[in-house]
Design a protein around this ligand. Structure first.
Ligand SMILES: NC(=O)c1ccc[n+]([C@@H]2O[C@H](COP(=O)([O-])OP(=O)(O)OC[C@H]3O[C@@H](n4cnc5c(N)ncnc54)[C@H](OP(=O)(O)O)[C@@H]3O)[C@@H](O)[C@H]2O)c1
Length: 336
């Protein structure tokens, strides 16, 4: 734990985080959770780097429009560059409608899977605890369905589209259950098994997301792929930043959190630098987790023998669950 803490302090107080510089000229990007926090700041970086269109995916249309107005006034870009599309990651119908719309775009160069929740109120989503439902099931349900569009863009324009997930270094703190039985989603869907106040459900959701990303990228354009136009799928730690992520905390915990945030948090703009840098990184980052310092390192909890075993188990269950939610969805991977 001391090494985790010293790493944390270094990341929050010392680390130099350069602004991304790769051009997004003529590129089209989608940012989920683009109405707030790290997502909104990522939209700003993409606009600054010349993107021709950035779609703010927001579950609440008016919040998205508000973010668009704010970005337009601070960036002074053309209003045509920004579009607000509704997307609720807890609703397969909303995800499907969003994907159908995205498939009508001329191109899709970057999908920033950034939306996520961290809450201490127990709620169900997709039949499991909400953080797991949103950060893993809904996020991957969307991601899988947009793989073909990214691949199509790669082929049509001879470019390297990116799918970047906003991860969290907190995955390392996950206390994965010793015996989740034959379905960890059902296990986490039982309130008795989730110690909400400890935030372990959030840590577990990000650990499971790591495994899903590793598996997804081993199926879509694996690193040794002969495809002349492979895409890049990666994830990134945006550091601890001041955003709306803790808005649902009960008042007593919120007060402590606010002090902690005041002392340690970086501005969301700096976290977004890391996200947009990942969304323009090379093929060597495919399937990888970019630490805040840019190093590509998975902790043992992900890649040890036990980690790999758990990852296989989680991925198999996730695929089963996704097919139950939307029959035929995995065909998006076979055709890619
Ligand atoms: N802040 C940090 O220190 C930190 C550190 C590591 C990782 N992260 C990750 O960064 C990502 C962005 O979080 P943030 O810190 O920027 O917090 P935030 O300001 O609360 O942003 C989260 C975004 O996700 C959206 N969202 C939540 N549930 C959704 C759903 N069901 N459908 C569609 N959108 C949904 C939120 O929409 P609403 O505005 O409608 O709620 C909001 O736009 C998350 O994945 C989080 O886990 C954050």
């Amino acid at each position: 734990m001391p090494s985790y803490f010293s790493h944390f302090v270094h990341r929050q107080w010392v680390l130099n985080v350069p602004k991304p510089t790769a051009s997004f000229a003529s590129k089209v990007a989608i940012v989920t959770g683009g109405n707030s926090g790290l997502g909104k700041e990522s939209v700003k970086h993409l606009v600054r780097l010349g993107a021709s269109k950035v779609i703010i995916a927001s579950r609440n249309k008016s919040k998205g429009e508000q973010a668009k107005l704010e970005i337009l006034s601070s960036m002074r870009c053309s209003a045509d560059v920004l579009e607000v599309w509704e997307l609720d990651i807890e609703s397969p119908t909303s995800i499907k409608a969003f994907v159908d719309r995205a498939n009508r775009l001329d191109r899709l160069d970057a999908l920033l899977n950034n939306a996520g929740v961290s809450t201490v109120k127990y709620k169900l989503s997709y039949g499991t605890e909400q953080a797991v439902g949103v950060n893993v099931i809904g996020t991957i349900l969307l991601a899988i369905q947009l793989v073909p569009k990214l691949k199509e863009t790669a082929r049509a324009f001879g470019v390297t589209p990116h799918m970047t997930f906003t991860q969290s270094a907190l995955y390392r703190l996950a206390k994965y259950p010793e015996n989740p039985g034959d379905d960890i989603f059902a296990y986490m869907g039982n309130e008795k098994n989730v110690l909400m106040a400890s935030q372990n459900q959030y840590h577990i959701s990000k650990l499971m997301l790591n495994w899903a990303i590793i598996k997804l990228s081993s199926i879509v354009d694996p690193i040794k792929s002969q495809d002349p136009n492979p895409i890049v799928i990666n994830s990134v730690d945006p550091m601890f930043c001041k955003t709306g992520i803790a808005r649902d905390l009960p008042i007593q915990i919120k007060l402590i959190f606010k002090v902690f945030e005041f002392v340690f948090a970086r501005p969301a703009e700096e976290g977004a630098r890391r996200i947009v840098t990942a969304a323009s990184s090379g093929r060597e980052t495919h399937g990888q987790y970019l630490q805040s310092d840019g190093q590509l390192i998975y902790e043992d909890v992900v890649i040890s023998n036990e980690g790999v075993k758990r990852g296989n188990y989680v991925w198999d269950l996730l695929c089963k669950k996704l097919e139950e939610i939307q029959p035929g969805v995995l065909a998006n991977l076979r055709s890619s």
